[in-house]
Design a protein around this ligand. Structure first.
Ligand SMILES: [Mn+2]
Length: 324
């Protein structure tokens, strides 16, 4: 398995690894796992992310090696590897420029909407996390699974499966997690660091969401809109607005939860979550230029926010009304 990939890794010396902006645990964990694998193979590797490493993942061993994206492609980089990214636009405009300059490009991902934007594409739409694919690649490469690799993979897989709660948590996912624990992951410690050290700013935004959320269609759709300038009024940062959709998703009876966020560049960020397997939110996202997974997807679309909200909500209402 992964013959062509492993040949490519073995036949080059200098690599760079990148993932999407606003990185989540899978983006950071997969970047790190790939970087650590390359180091184990004796390769030189740079790791980049447009938005840096979120505080909650900064404890991961090697996270300090993830640097801002350079202005130009360093001459020594022979292969640029993008992980956990379904659409190249999601690495950011400047990084996209580097991608076009790279002598060879690789795309390792698990979004079934992946656009296969690299020269070598490894896309497994059924994988619960990109970290699951990287675990298999590390095994196929015949490299020892070190504790830092195992922690990076655990962070990736735990966060993308909602702490092993989503239906993507197959027996294979659990067996992978077991191997990671055997390789030295301290489950209590890593979960405390990822999930139980939530910054105060997150609570301010969560209070804002609970005060202003809208529930409609007999309680089957919940949504919240963050207008331009509201983050500044609240005094919260980019990281404090992550995972807000999960708060309104867990309400009893809700089938689809949506967060609309005015990005102040004329664009609106839409995060969609489904709680009903009959509602594929990646299909709804795709109708409006977005993508993702059946139960979790996103769109970046043209504003103003009120217009984007009506367009997306109408698509969701149509799907939800067709259910009963
Ligand atoms: Mn992922």
């Amino acid at each position: 398995m992964y013959t062509e990939l492993i040949q490519t890794l073995n036949s080059h010396d200098n690599f760079a690894v990148i993932s999407h902006f606003r990185p989540d645990g899978d983006a950071i964990g997969s970047t790190l796992a790939m970087g650590l694998l390359l180091q184990s193979l004796g390769k030189k590797v740079q790791m980049w992310n447009t938005d840096g490493v979120p505080q909650r993942y900064a404890f991961l061993s090697g996270a300090e090696l993830i640097r801002p994206v350079p202005a130009t492609l360093p001459a020594e980089v022979q292969v640029l590897i993008c992980v956990d990214t379904g659409d190249l636009k999601r690495i950011g405009t400047e990084a996209m420029e580097l991608f076009t300059q790279a002598p060879f490009t690789i795309n390792i991902d698990h979004h079934h909407t992946n656009t296969r934007y690299a020269q070598l594409n490894i896309v497994e739409g059924s994988a619960a996390a990109c970290g699951c694919i990287l675990h298999k690649i590390i095994r196929a490469a015949g490299v020892q699974l070190t504790r830092p690799m195992a922690e990076a993979l655990y962070a990736a897989i735990s966060t993308d499966t909602g702490s092993f709660q989503f239906s993507s948590t197959t027996p294979e996912v659990m067996r992978t997690a077991a191997e990671l624990i055997e390789a030295g992951v301290d489950v209590g410690d890593i979960n405390r660091r990822i999930y139980q050290e939530v910054p105060q700013g997150c609570f301010i935004t969560q209070r804002e969401v609970l005060n202003n959320m809208v529930v409609e269609e007999n309680g089957t759709i919940s949504h919240y809109s963050m207008p331009a300038g509201r983050k500044a009024e609240l005094g919260v940062g980019l990281e404090d607005t992550k995972d807000l959709v999960d708060i309104i998703r867990v309400m009893q009876g809700v089938k689809v939860a949506v967060i609309f966020e005015d990005l102040e560049d004329g664009k609106v960020r839409v995060s969609l979550r489904s709680k009903d397997p009959q509602v594929d939110v990646s299909a709804i996202a795709a109708m409006h230029g977005g993508g993702g997974h059946c139960m979790a997807s996103g769109i970046r679309m043209l504003g103003p926010l009120e217009d984007a909200r009506e367009i997306v909500l109408n698509s969701i209402r149509t799907v939800v009304r067709s259910l009963s």
